[in-house]
Each structure stands twice: as C-alpha cells, then as structure tokens.
Design a protein around this ligand. Sequence first.
Ligand SMILES: [Zn+2]
Length: 311
Amino acid sequence: MTRQRFLELLDGITTWKRGDRRAPHKPLLLLLALGRLSRGETDRFAPYDWYHDALLRLLAAYGPWRASYKPYMPFWRLQRDDLWEIPEAEAIRDAGRVNRGGDVTPRTFRDFGARGGLPSPVFERLASDPELLEIAATRILAGHFPEGLHDEIRDAVRLESPLLAAEEPEQYTAVRMPRDPAFRRAVITAYERRCAVCGFDVRLDDRLLGIEAAHIRWHAYGGPDCVPNGLALCILHHRALDGGAIGLRGARGSYRLIVSSELSGGSDAYRQLVGISGQPLREPQAPRFLPDPQYVGWHRKEVFRGEPRAA
Ligand SMILES: [Zn+2]
C-alpha cells in the first residue's frame, strides 16, 4: 500500500463527523491499534475484549459526555473504511448475527472469539514506515482533539515514537522531532506528579488534572525530550514558564524561582504568582533529574522577560 492511499483512507475517517457532534470512536480505536504497532507488538490482532475495555476508558476520558458508550460499533464499522479486519467477520455474517442497524453486539463478538486489527497491507506498510505511523497518529490527533490533550492521549494509548533517539540532544536541532510521550511520563514521575513550582497535584478520578511536562529549552528550538530539560508544572506555571513570566536562577541543586518584574495584576492569583519569587524549586526524586544549567540558561536568555523582581 502506498503512503498516499493509506492517508486517503485515514482522511476518510477523519473527515467523518456528524454535524457538530464529536465522533472520536473510530479515531480512538485506530490510535489503540497504532499504539500496539508502535510498541512492536507483532500479532496483528487483539481480542475484542481488549479493545472494548481500552476504548471504553478512552471514550469516558476523552469522548463527549454520554450516559453510555458503544465501543462495539467502531469495532465492526471501521471494516467499511478498509482500515480494520476481523478474521471472524464472515462467520458472524453467515450466522446472521449482524443486526438490522448493521451492528454486532459485544455478546456476539465474545461468542465468536472475535479479534480485530489493521488489515495486512496497512499493518505491513506502517510496520516498515515508522514515519508514516507518526504522521498518521498526528493527523488523527489533530483532526479530533485540542493540542493540549495530544500528549495525554498518546500516553493513554501508549503510543511510542520510534523516530526518537533518546540519547543525542544534538540531533534535535536538525530535524523537528515528534513529541515523545515517554518524556511526559518520565518528567511527571520524576517530580512525583506535582507541580515543581507550587506543588499542585489535583486529580480527577485517576487522571492528573492539569499537570504537564514543560520543556525548559523549547522543543521548537532544539530542546530535547529528556528529563533534565523538563519540569512538571501545573498549567498555570507551564504557561508562565513558556511566556517568560517565571524562570530559574542559581546552581544545579540549589535552584531558586525567579519572577519577571514585567508582571502586573491586582488579583490574589497575581500576588500568589509573584510570591514564589526567590523560593526554591521543588526538586525531583533524584539529582540526575535536575534541570541542566545549559537549558536553564537558554530559557533565561531567550524566554524570560525582563529582570527578576526582588525576592
Ligand atoms: Zn504550579
């Protein structure tokens, strides 16, 4: 299968939307399949129940708010888009187990021990073309979810980025590399799932609410996806770091927070933000995770705005 043909098939589902209503079922199912492939799983098929459970969790977290979800529908319907294969499909049809609406119930899938996966031509192509896999994942995410959720969803479907060479920061300056979900996981874990500035650690059910892995040296400017270039931050402090409102000073191991003297405001939130000036960074679990001074220096020079206000 050519790249172009595959992307046409993908665009076929990506543009499939019912008016204003979100329809993330097929995209999330495909992302689960891409995730398996990206992790090097060689079995093209996984059992219905595996997809059912995984898709249900994804729909509950990232789908529109609904009283119930129907993961069995995309599992059957995606076949029509030539992006899905169920080896047991013919037996299910022959047994007359496709209902009038054109769907198959979870019970039928279980009765037949149904499995699903990418069709052979798609699977073979993506397995030998990791760049295309990455393009596909990016297209699906961009077509369906706001950017602030992309890393989180990649993480949720355990999508690995095979293009990343984790060890060589220099490589990142030459080519724009895709985001690595492992970076997010590693940084957030290093800081024990708390904001390194304020300690924010709120969860909604078992999801972290608004804790992000920030790049100190920006990704777009060659900042590598490694923990010493990262900070776990709440959304506010992530934006503040990216906007140059806050930064770090001092030596590795004794970093202090700096706040731009350009900031203004009158609210309690403003006073809270300014109040962190001079306070120590909440340090990661181990010294090897500490921010590297070269990235801190780049941020101070290229991003931080104005002079630090007096602590
Ligand atoms: Zn914070």
